[in-house]
Design a protein around this ligand. Sequence first.
Ligand SMILES: [Cu+2]
Length: 220
Amino acid sequence: MTYDGTQLIHTGVEERDNRLTVTFPATGRFAYFCAIHPGMAGLVNVVPAGQPYTTRSEAWVQAEAENRAVLGLVPVARQQGLAGYRQTTRPDGTSLWEVQVGSVVRGPTGYLELLEYFPPTVRIRAGDTIRWKASSPHTVTFLPAGQPPFDPFEMPPAKPSQNYDPTRLYHSGVLGLTEFIGPDAPREFDLTFPNPGTFPYVCLLHAPLGHVGTVVVESR
Ligand SMILES: [Cu+2]
């Protein structure tokens, strides 16, 4: 594939673990970006013959500076994520818990996202409801015993009942695809937990990176 700035090159989202090889026949500065992750952008600077490339040590120095800038945003992102954690008592005495999914902070050299549920473990009482809210791409997925993880872009959302039943699959679908679909993209998922127990769940996009959560339900 060659790119001179006049045509579209798009990997798509389904071709996972894929490789894209592009040849740049013309000099110039060519910007590219990830259509899913806001602020994830790159630039290819094609210099004329005879001009030096970016060396590995230059790239390293720049990356280190960007790392320092972005890691300084971690406390801000954590605070922002936990700011979305709320408990509301409903007329019947049960609680509605709001849990933010992921927390994005934009900085001068890019953006930082914490791939977490805020908080990762929620302790509630039987009859309470949790509402998860995502403004970036994540899932809330409760896999029944024996069901392996799957590609969340392939499987439609599943909510067989409002009351959580651990023998069934509950899957929000990919929430927060706002940059991709637009403002109408689904952002929320809620479930009621009628019975005590400990129920692990995962984000199918980021579970290998540690994006997992637990709901601990105590008797009322
Ligand atoms: Cu995630």
